[in-house]
Design a protein around this ligand. Sequence first.
Ligand code: GDP
Ligand code: IMO
Ligand code: MG
Length: 424
Amino acid sequence: MAAVILVGTQWGDEGKGKVTDFLSERADAVVRYQGGSNAGHTVEVEEQQFKLHLVPSGILYPHTLCLIASGVVVDLEQLNLEIKSLEERGIDIGNLRLSSRATLVMPYHKKIDEIQERTGKIGTTGRGIGPAYADKINRVGFRVADLLYDPEFKERFKAEVERKNLYFEKLHDEPGYDYRELYDQLWAQIEPLRPYIGDTSHLVYELLKAGKKVLFEGAQGTLLDIDHGTYPYVTSSHPIAGGACVGAGIGPTRIDRVIGVAKAYTTRVGEGPFPAELEGPLGNVLREKGAEFGTTTGRPRRCGWLDGVILRYAARINGLTDLAITKLDVLDSFETLKICLHYRNNGRVVTEFPENLTLQKECTPEYIELPGWQQDTTGITRYEDLPVNARAYIEKIEEITGVRQVLISLGPRRDQTITGGSFF
Ligand code: GDP
Ligand code: IMO
Ligand code: MG
């Protein structure tokens, strides 16, 4: 099997970076297909920690092609910074490719994001993601290729910056931008990236045709999807498996497998409904044990027990074929553990994730209790060696979702991983 999509099944930060890096050893290419520098994917190799935002998490393997596909919104300044910091740490980025169709995140997108957050708070990462995707859909965005090849780029850009300046100056009493300064900045930022720019959709096609192994690395998570998440408390792209086809530019018939990454409990960063949230001391214990602080913004993540309703939902929306369960070790010391099997709303049992915000907010979780294992699992490398209660916990997740696990993660490092079988 050659084309594997990896998606977050919750609200992001499930450990996609760690799992992607782990699978990259066997992959020929890793493709980021949506989102932007709002993503924060952590990879730990031996004593080193890498935080990746735009660069795919396969970059630490020298043989893996790493593609930033057209569905990603790219902040050139951030990308250059990320490349520089990787190079300073001895990572070769010769295998990086950037889609000429990718839309650019402009400085004014970040400023609009900031202004919007002052009033209607979504709790965004402040990376300009929503405004950049809005411009893309509104057909007033700019792509990498526009900057490089469109003879009318400068004129179009000038007109758009002037339009944005009206919004800043007239509506928000904020200074606008000098389009010439922005234009010069863009050129300075794109020049060093030129060798990496190309048609990534065609490249993926050629790779798959040649029988190569391609991993599509989702950012964010299912419940942050613009259509299927907790709208409007979502991101502005399609983190779900379907988004991989759109964002990478390949047909759905090419996909062989969809792996859902599920954290052994639930977290969310930013505002919005979270039925299984634990706001008391127990939530703090999970946050401390799991080191649940945002990779991109450093914000404390909201924490709760595992929510089976959203995992079942993620299994359906993404058509999951496999599960990767991460951070199981974080639960090592608990005497008992809880899993939410359904919600209750006005006396009614709710088994499907509700489709609107009001209903989502009204739901209270109902849990089953499972015995903990109270044993350190961080050094375990074989499934059979896991404590019996840990295996029972995993089997419960498989039962709830109807999806089998293929990978268990018991720590941030590569060697803290249990797998049985092949992925491609
Ligand atoms: P991503 O956005 O889905 O890639 O996840 P993040 O990198 O934002 O957050 C996951 C955090 O958990 C990172 O700090 C990882 O290093 C860490 N991590 C990943 N897998 C495990 C695991 O199995 N156990 C523990 N304790 N930490 C993990
Ligand atoms: P990774 O890939 C967790 C959340 C923000 C906010 C909402 C909208 O590391 O899992 P945005 O800046 O995208 O407009 O913010 O989405 N969010 C994430 N939460 N992990 C992420 O990425 C996220 N990217 C965005 O906190 O609630
Ligand atoms: Mg993250």
